[in-house]
Ligand binder design. Sequence first.
Ligand SMILES: NC(=O)c1ccc[n+]([C@@H]2O[C@H](COP(=O)([O-])OP(=O)(O)OC[C@H]3O[C@@H](n4cnc5c(N)ncnc54)[C@H](O)[C@@H]3O)[C@@H](O)[C@H]2O)c1
Length: 314
Amino acid sequence: MPKRILVTGGLGFIGTNLIALLRNNGNFEIRVLDNESLGRREYLTEFPEVEFICADLRDPEKVYEGLKDMDCVIHLAADTRVINSIVDPHLNFENNVVGTFNLLNAMRRANVPTIINASTGGAILGDVPPPVHEGMLPEPASPYGASKLAVEGYLSSFSKSYGFEACSLRFSNVYGPRSWHKGSVVAHFMKQLLRGKELVVYGDGSQKRDYIYVEDICQGILSAMQRRVSGVFQLGSGWPTTINKLIARISDVVGSGYPVSARYEDFRTGEILNTWCDISKAEAALGFSPSMPLDEGLARTWCWFIEHRQRLDQ
Ligand SMILES: NC(=O)c1ccc[n+]([C@@H]2O[C@H](COP(=O)([O-])OP(=O)(O)OC[C@H]3O[C@@H](n4cnc5c(N)ncnc54)[C@H](O)[C@@H]3O)[C@@H](O)[C@H]2O)c1
C-alpha cells in the first residue's frame, strides 16, 4: 500500500475532499502539486499537515522535483472547463495532454510507476445511448473530452511499455462540499440561489445526468489505490436524474427562504444530451458501491454553501 502520495490538482474540489478522506483512512504523507489556476492555496488551511508545491504540469523539471520520495500519484490536475476548451482548445491541450505527458515521463525518470488518473465518462464518449460503459467507442464532443481520451491512451501505453500500474477512473457529474469555485451545475445553481438569482437551464430540462456525491468518488479513488488496479473504470451513481428533477430536489433542500425559479434557453454546443453510467466493472474490480442518496448529498452540499456564503463578497 503506497504511503507517500502526490496529489496533482490537490487544491481543487475533488482534491481537497480526497485529502479529507485520506486523513481519516490511513497514515498517508500527502504532497499537493497545483499551479493555483483554479484551486486556491487557502483551501489547504484545514490540512496543515499537507505539503504544498506550487508548480505547473507544463514545467517538466518542477514536476520531476515534485515526485521526489513519492510512492504513487493521484492525478487530478486538469483544465476542467468544458466550454472554455471549445473557446481555447490549445490552452486545454497544453494543460491536460502535454501536462500529463510531462507527469508520466517524470514518473518514469523518478521511478514512481503508479498512477490513478481522473478521467471523465460523458465528455469522452459523446452522445451515445446510455448507460455508458468502458466497452463503448469514444467520440468526444469537446476538446476537453478529447484531452481526457488522449491522457487515457498515454496511461495505457506507459502501463504496457514501462510496466506502470495505471488506472483511469471516468467520473460522472461530481457534486458536494468544497466546490465553491466550480461552474458545474449543482455548485452553480447553489451560488445563484445565494445571490437571489434565477437558474438558467440550457434545453428543456429533460436531459439526464448521473450525479455522484464527492465522498463516493473519493472512496473509489482510495479503493483503486488499495487494490492496485490498471485499466479504465466508470465511476458514477449509476442513476439518471433530469435537470428538472435536480432543480426540484434542490428546491426542497434550500427551503422557502430561497425561492427557486428557472429560465430555459437553447441547448449549448459541446454538451451531451443524456448520459449516465453502468458501474458494474468498478463494482466487481474495486468493490465500488456509492451510498449517498441524492437528497442527502444535496442537503450536505447546501449546508456547506451556506457556511461559506461570505465568499459571495470576495
Ligand atoms: N468535478 C467533476 O464533476 C468531474 C467530472 C469528471 C472528471 N473530473 C476530473 O477530476 C479532476 C478533478 O476535478 P475537480 O472538479 O476537482 O477540478 P478543479 O478544477 O476543482 O481542480 C483542478 C485543479 O487542477 C489545478 N490545475 C489545472 N491545471 C494545472 C496545471 N497545468 N498544473 C498544475 N495544476 C493545475 C487547478 O488549479 C485546480 O486546483 C479533473 O481532472 C477533472 O477533469 C471531474
